[in-house]
Design a protein around this ligand. Structure first.
Ligand code: FES
Length: 115
């Protein structure tokens, strides 16, 4: 089976700590498919978000794929491999997870926390 190299930024600060994984490759698979395979088979600590898998409805899987902002569920995995990083315009939580809550929802959450 053909494999492909996936480089993923890891950690909870902005330091460029890229970890390299090998994942099985098949035509048409998405970047999210590869991340899910890595988390299920190699590294259960890899943090990323998704919900609808490929309906492009939840918008939770947004990341940087080879420097471009993309939804990991619709970004096709190149057979030459990819580098996946978190959004650089949002606060980094860990690995590929950033704080993507709209400001209004953050305000609602803050009000709830004070009650
Ligand atoms: S997983 Fe829902 S938009 Fe990508």
């Amino acid at each position: 089976m053909k494999t492909v190299t996936i480089r993923v930024q890891r950690g909870g600060d902005d330091a460029e700590d890229l970890q390299t994984y090998e994942a099985p490759y098949r035509d048409g698979m998405s970047v999210l498919d590869a991340l899910i395979w890595i988390r299920s088979n190699v590294d259960p600590t890899l943090a990323f978000r998704y919900s609808c898998i490929n309906a492009n409805a939840c918008k939770e899987c947004v990341v940087k794929v080879d420097g471009k902002t993309e939804y990991a569920c619709t970004a096709r995995l190149a057979n030459t491999g990819v580098t996946v990083r978190p959004l650089s315009t949002k606060s980094l939580i860990r690995d590929l997870v950033t704080d993507t809550l709209p400001p209004k929802e953050k305000l609602s959450a803050a009000i709830k926390d004070t009650k």
